[in-house]
Design a protein around this ligand. Structure first.
Ligand code: FA5
Length: 315
């Protein structure tokens, strides 16, 4: 019997033999029932046989159960050396990335960030900026007008006005955000981003402006020096007005921004006395900076929402 138990390879078979031995009608059960007819030696021998058999069943059961578990584990095993499925990772949009970089730099120069609405009124976008409705400079920007007379802001310069109206002078702020114009080609988008800087105090001059612009460009483009070209220009809200070009890759001059000393009328419109205070303002193309820094060539791609492009042009 012990040998038979050893050879059994399935739990079902083992159970069947166990029942045939120890069940109600089992062979051992019958023999134990007749034990009273045996002498003492035979009883002891039967008890020992009984115990040995039960042990043998138990041991075989444990062995079969263990083998079944092992078989299950190896069938369900995972090969940890296989390459994992590539996880889809998000990337930051170049505008988001440059926003963080630009803000960090301007904060470190002492500019505080101000915001303004993207739907602006005529006062903040034009009139307060010394651009009354008969002013020809309004033609410089093709504007999206809303039915209620408001407009989509065409320039972050509107943020200057809101900042000075709210806080007066002295003031040193920057604004960054979307602006809208009816334009569309590889370097113009109907929605694009601008960065505005404004610093008004008693002794602020054009030198401070150029110093901050230089330092900003060096930090943003991570270069040791930057060559600037300052050209006279015209904006209704600055006097004098300039445009600043930057030498790019040793040969090209790139127009980077418009800037100038805040026009006395603009200060007056915001309740600031131009005989006491003066200051500068500047306006960059946010997308343009991001395109230059990350080597991107078509501004329209920024707003297409094409995930494949973002994957290659995020960080
Ligand atoms: C202005 O908008 C002035 N508000 C800038 C300024 C601020 C001057 C403060 C003086 C003082 P301009 O229209 O040149 O200026 O636009 C500024 C920058 O915005 C441009 O140099 C360009 O980089 C960017 N820009 C203008 N139009 C578009 C467009 N359609 N798409 C992408 N970028 C544009």
């Amino acid at each position: 019997m012990l040998e038979q138990i050893e050879k059994i390879n399935s739990l079902d078979e083992l159970q069947a033999l166990y029942t045939a031995t120890f069940g109600k009608n089992g062979t051992m059960t019958a023999r134990l029932r007749d034990m009273k007819n045996l002498d003492a030696d035979a009883r002891a021998a039967l008890n020992a046989e009984n115990a040995t058999l039960r042990d043998a069943f138990k041991t075989r059961q444990a062995a079969l159960e263990n083998a079944a578990l092992m078989a299950q584990l190896s069938a369900e095993s995972v090969d940890v050396t296989l390459d994992p499925m590539p996880a889809a990772r998000g990337t930051l949009h170049p505008m988001t990335r440059s926003l963080a970089e630009i803000s960090t730099i301007l904060h470190s120069f002492g500019y505080t960030r101000m915001t303004g609405p993207e739907i602006e009124d005529d006062w903040h976008n034009f009139t307060a900026l010394n651009t009354p409705d008969y002013h020809p400079a309004r033609d410089m920007q093709d504007t999206f007008f809303l039915e209620n007379g408001n407009i989509m802001r065409t320039q972050t310069s509107a943020i200057q006005i809101r900042a000075m109206e709210a806080h007066g002078a002295p003031i040193k702020i920057f604004g960054i955000g979307p602006t809208y114009r009816r334009e569309m080609d590889a370097t113009h988008s109907p929605m694009f981003g601008q960065i505005e800087g404004l610093h008004v105090d008693k002794n602020v001059t054009m030198r401070d402006l150029i110093g901050d612009v230089r330092a900003f460009l060096m930090r943003f483009f991570e270069i040791d020096d930057v060559q600037l070209r300052i050209r006279p220009s015209y904006f209704p809200f600055t006097e004098p007005s300039i445009e600043i070009d930057m030498k790019w890759h040793g040969d090209k001059w790139l127009e980077i921004m418009g800037a100038g000393m805040v026009h006395p009328n603009v200060l007056r419109h915001c309740g600031i006395d131009p005989d006491v205070y003066q200051g500068y303002a500047f306006g960059f193309g946010w997308d343009r900076l991001a395109m230059l820094k990350y080597g991107l060539d078509d501004i329209r791609k920024f707003y297409d929402g094409d995930v494949r492009w973002l994957k290659n042009n995020g960080n």
